[in-house]
Design a protein around this ligand. Sequence first.
Ligand code: NAI
Ligand code: MG
Length: 384
Amino acid sequence: GVPRIVLLPGDGIGPEVMAAATEVLAAVGTFDLAEHPIGADAIRAYGVPLADRTLAACAEADAVLLGAVGAGAVGAGAVGAGAGAAGSAGAGAPHDAPRPEQGVLDLRSGLGVYANLRPVRTMPGITHLSALRTDRAADVDLVVVRELTGGIYYGPRGDVRDMPGEGVPRPAGDGPARRAVFDTCVYSADEIERVARTAFELARERARPGRPPRVTSVDKANVLTTSRLWREVVQEVADRDFGDVVLDHLLVDTAAMLLVTDPGRFDVILTENMFGDILSDETAAIIGSLGCLASASLTGLGAGGGLFEPVHGSAPDIAGKGVANPVGMILSVALMLRFGLRMAEVANAVEAAVQNALAAGTRTPDLGGDATTTQMTNAIVKSL
Ligand code: NAI
Ligand code: MG
């Protein structure tokens, strides 16, 4: 039948890049598209950043395509009064107001998409940071596999006065100087094992003659208990079932440095939720712009379905100007075609069209050009 796709345009530039995605979909096939609000858009419509009916529609669809959420800058000073309330929905918003970003967190956990794949490849003609070290500016072709539904983004958080456990130092009084809050990073061996399997299987798929499958696992095992379990479980899975995969372990600070100085050394990078969030934004600098990065969030490599979204946020600084780079969104469509809908040939065609349009010199302002979102999209669609 016709693949059913839920579209969640969201906030800021989300709807602008989603329009580009639907142009590309219209050019490559027939799809049953159903649009729903998420984020600040959903708070306006339903009072919550992710309505139950929206999550249900996503769970029933063959794949979900998301733009971006976020009402704007995170307000300073509004640090939380309880679980889920740390931070603020925007300048002036009360700190217990529903946060647009919670919609994406709830969607990821609601769909159970524990493995987030973020491919990073050098783009034709685009200067990347590693060109600073011309000897190391070799072609970058890596994938960050980020654990997406566990760790510190999902653990208990709040005021230390409400923190469970004995022996926690609790500040007395109520003045600002007495404020103390906590976040918690929790990982089970099962959560680590399943995402490690995804990374190892992906490494096998990416192996070429002369290039054996290779995974670099990133943690902070010299300090964190969760990281020590992470390293232990990843190594066990490798020893037991993936003897052909070359595995090494790096501390996250070292990995951050090597990504800038020697990005060509990486193939598949496996890491936990927060480290993956930060390192994948760093890798954006390697290829020139956050606007070019795509992601797939899956329940395993061959599972089908899933959630597909660009890595960037709602970019309030450029929203409404028509200049957002649609490449990250369009490459997310390609990932959806490949992993979500098993249409690999069409996915290849979309990726080639992006490469061709960039190589021909069409670039949005974030890449040093002056093309609008529409012009960039048209160039890609024309090249299809
Ligand atoms: P951001 O990714 O929205 O923007 C960072 C910088 O990159 C800005 O200068 C922006 O103009 C630029 N940029 C981002 N995407 C671009 C594109 N497609 N084309 C051209 N330039 C682009 O991150 P920021 O500013 O930290 O966060 C803004 C809002 O987005 C916040 O509310 C944040 O919570 C939310 N956010 C949402 C995400 C999601 O929906 N998955 C992910 C990251 C942030
Ligand atoms: Mg991020």
